[in-house]
Design a binder for this molecule. Structure first.
Ligand code: ADP
Length: 244
């Protein structure tokens, strides 16, 4: 039995080392893409393209967009590494889920309007949980942003909150492009995207759901995703009842 245990430990270590290497490779790649683009466009401008005002504006807009992307990526990386640190602290208070959801909806309202979408929420007004409200708002913003990014115009996103003796459930359901069953198990991995181009175009870093999973689990909760291609996706977060 001892040998089998050691063997298990070794295979686990090898797997972790692969995850770490993949992560470093992914980060480097994600950083390199915008940097290469910023460098290229700056060089072309300095080589003389600057004299054409239209080109100048075009290139500067690209440079700005790519810098924003770098900024977002570094913010998400810092966030993820922060919550992965040992001793990472949540600022736990008794919070009302209806106010969390209202705050998150406000933050994504610009994107929602732009796509002529709507978010309908059905929230048990009495639902309270022990949570870090800023972190929970962030979770909701990440999931709602995805629901908007991966949906067609004029569709609806539904948010539901219900509380029972066992615990509190938050559901976010969209009518979007959906996700193939085969992709679901890897969805919460860092940098995993079903469609890299679409994620990039919508400003995604590929880290949003990894952050979501970490934060929900740090709260003692669980995450579930169900999806059907071209029908929609449903995320369910469950927080077991805790003494307040
Ligand atoms: P990203 O920044 O790429 O959105 P996430 O970690 O938030 O990264 O999500 C990972 C991937 O999961 C996305 O690239 C997308 O392919 C898929 N995804 C996430 N949410 C949805 C959704 N609501 N509908 C369809 N696909 C989704």
């Amino acid at each position: 039995l001892g040998i089998i245990v050691v063997f298990h430990d070794i295979t686990k270590l090898i797997r972790l080392e692969k995850v770490r290497k993949d992560f470093v490779a992914n980060v480097s790649h994600e950083l390199r893409t915008p940097i290469t683009s910023i460098k290229g466009f700056t060089e072309t401008l300095l080589d003389g393209a600057m004299s054409d005002e239209l080109i100048l504006k075009d290139f500067l807009t690209i440079i700005q967009k790519e810098s924003d992307r770098l900024h977002l990526l570094v913010d998400d990386l810092l966030e993820l590494s922060g919550i992965e640190q040992e001793g990472f602290d949540l600022n736990i208070r008794k919070v009302s889920l209806s106010s969390i959801i209202e705050d998150a909806k406000k933050i994504v309202s610009g994107a929602v309007e732009k796509k002529k979408m709507r978010i309908i929420s059905e929230v048990d007004e009495t639902a309270m949980i022990l949570a870090d409200s800023d972190r929970l708002i962030q979770v909701m913003v990440n999931v709602l942003t995805n629901a908007v990014n991966y949906s067609k115009e004029e569709t609806t996103v539904r948010v539901g909150v219900s509380a029972t003796m066992e615990g509190t459930t938050i559901v976010v359901e969209d009518e979007g492009i959906g996700i193939d069953k085969a992709e679901l198990p890897r969805l919460f991995e860092r940098f995993y995207r079903v469609d890299r181009a679409r994620s990039r175009d919508s400003g995604g870093t590929g880290l949003g759901l990894a952050i979501v999973k970490h934060l929900i689990e740090a709260h003692g909760g669980t995450v579930k995703v169900e999806s059907e291609k071209d029908i929609g996706t449903k995320f369910t977060f469950f927080f077991p009842e805790r003494k307040m």
